[in-house]
Design a protein around this ligand. Structure first.
Ligand SMILES: Nc1nc2c(ncn2[C@@H]2O[C@H](COP(=O)(O)OP(=O)(O)OP(=O)(O)O)[C@@H](O)[C@H]2O)c(=O)[nH]1
Ligand SMILES: [Mg+2]
Length: 495
């Protein structure tokens, strides 16, 4: 069953509105109990009611639990503007629109209400909620998306007023992640976050359901519809099953993590420096990875195109080898459950030697994006890792914005992952910022040990190289392990 098909609160639906909508009344409905009670419905209401087919209060499989999936819906956006300028509020709603479209919805309209804080009962004020109902009717929307995380109560109450499905930003982001996750680990992480989100809301919706189904004040005397709601016991059972499922999921994720951990440890042991590409969603992280390494990672003008970290081997202009990791994009108000679920993935960022923080220079509010990313990066404990701010899309960005960012950020560079502008310099910066290997030595490596020389090039930093009759005379900085291997070739005088 899907919760999205829960009956709207039709008992309390007043008639009279839009009598014209009844002109093409569906015959099936003219025979319903409610109709005989003299109630009339809007076309949207009827459509919503009709979706009830197959409604079951039984949770067959908790993984099937739906939490208002948002796909191919016709949506109206609504935001509460509490602080900042009107421009900020509009940007936020524009981002919500991009998110909704990424989830596969069609955005019909968007409204913002100026308030000190969201209404505790209905998110927007009750008067505005009525206006929103009108917008819903005018546009023929079947879903309202709120630009925030709503309490279970707010979701229910607002649904009561607008009479269509209401979802919040968190559910929307979870939905996009669910659609985009490809790896087993990614899918499991999203599922876990969805269940976490669902848990408190299950109760709310359960109550709503029982109120609707057994609800008082029904003119049909409470005999027509089910008189028994799913009841607390039923909800408790569902919640327990979800919790069990979550525990199992956590164990599975922990196992999958081990595998990746092993690989990461291996890279660490081999002293391969790692560079993580982090940044706001759609900033051009994957494009940059492709530009820097020639990898064919999926690039899409959609939010959260990348959900699984991709690791690529790369080489600096001077020949040092490092790994470059593409990561999940960030977004403002990333649901906390999701941050938790993706913690292991984000730890890739947390353990990097250098972070390339990509920001879309053509975005109206790049500073906000930088701040949003940093707040999550802090959460995974990656705050003291050196960072290069990569102002991307310089080919289309406003020159003044780019200059402003370059001024504000300590170590920032303007590039275009498309045209290649600035990439050469960025590569040089990466080279310079990679951790220096610890041991400086001078060795004379016989030509029979060519492999060792190659390793010095790849893993260390060659300061000078000379080909003598006896072998390669190298002055280089290398890590401990390599230094030990080179030990036999150090001229006795110097060791
Ligand atoms: N004009 C311009 N567009 C760019 C540039 N780099 C990336 N884009 C576009 O920006 C969009 C997002 O690029 P991606 O590389 O997928 O961005 P991402 O940061 O990996 O996004 P997610 O994985 O969704 O978080 C795509 O439409 C790219 O073509 C650039 O330098 N200039
Ligand atoms: Mg990407």
């Amino acid at each position: 069953m899907t919760f999205s098909s829960l009956p709207q609160d039709h008992q309390r639906r007043t008639a009279g509105r839009r009598a014209d909508a009844l002109m093409d009344e569906d015959v099936a409905w003219s025979e319903s109990d409610e109709e005989r009670d003299g109630e009339q419905f809007d076309r949207e209401d009827r459509a919503a009611l009709r979706r009830v087919a197959g409604l079951s209060t039984e949770l067959e499989d908790v993984t099937e639990v739906e939490y208002r999936r948002l796909r191919l819906e016709r949506v109206v956006l609504v935001g509460v503007w509490t602080s900042g300028t009107v421009k900020d509020a509009e940007n936020s709603l524009a981002e919500l629109a991009a998110l909704a479209e990424t989830a596969g919805a069609l955005v019909l309209d968007g409204v913002i209400q100026r308030r000190d804080k969201p209404d505790p009962a209905t998110y927007i004020g009750s008067g505005k909620a009525q206006e929103l109902r009108d917008v819903v009717l005018e546009t023929g929307a079947d879903t309202v998306v709120c630009d925030g995380e709503l309490t279970p109560g707010q979701l229910i109450h607002l649904e009561d007023v607008v009479k269509v499905k209401v979802v919040d930003r968190t559910a929307l982001i979870l939905d996009i992640f669910a659609q985009h996750a490809k790896s087993r680990e990614g899918k499991a992480q999203v599922s876990l976050a969805q269940m976490q989100y669902m848990l408190p809301r299950l109760r709310g919706w359960g109550q709503s359901l029982s109120r609707q189904m057994g609800g008082g004040g029904s003119s049909s005397g409470g005999g027509g519809m089910a008189t028994r709601g799913p009841g607390e016991t039923k909800i408790e059972t569902d919640r327990r099953r979800i919790r069990e499922k979550m525990a199992k999921m956590r164990r599975e994720i922990a196992e999958m993590r081990t595998d990746r951990e092993v690989k990461r440890q291996e890279r660490k042991r081999n002293r391969v420096p790692s560079v993580a590409i982090a940044g706001y969603t759609n900033a051009g992280k994957s494009s940059l990875l492709n530009q820097l390494t020639g990898a064919g990672v999926l690039v899409e003008n959609a939010l959260f195109a990348t959900l699984d970290p991709t690791v690529r081997r790369a080489e600096t202009p001077s020949g040092r080898v490092y790994t470059l990791t593409d990561t999940v994009g960030f977004v403002r108000h990333l649901p906390h459950d999701l941050v938790e679920a993706f913690r292991s993935t984000m730890e890739e960022v947390g353990e990097a030697d250098l972070i390339l923080h990509v920001v879309d220079g053509s975005h109206p509010a790049p500073e906000e994006q930088l701040a949003a990313v940093r707040s999550v990066v802090r959460e995974v404990g990656a705050h003291d890792i050196p960072e290069i701010v990569v102002v991307n899309k310089a080919d289309v960005a406003d020159e003044l914005t780019v200059q402003r960012l370059l001024r504000q950020e300590k170590r920032a560079i303007a590039v275009s992952a498309h045209s290649g502008l600035g990439i050469e310099q960025l590569l040089a910066w990466i080279d310079a910022d990679l951790p220096r290997p610890g041991v400086e030595l001078e060795v004379l490596v016989p030509y029979t040990q060519g492999a060792l020389v190659s390793r010095v090039h790849a893993e260390g930093e060659v300061l000078s190289e000379e080909h003598t009759p006896e072998g390669t005379l190298l002055k280089a900085q290398v890590h401990q392990e390599l230094a030990a291997l080179l030990e036999p070739y150090a001229p006795a005088a110097r060791s």
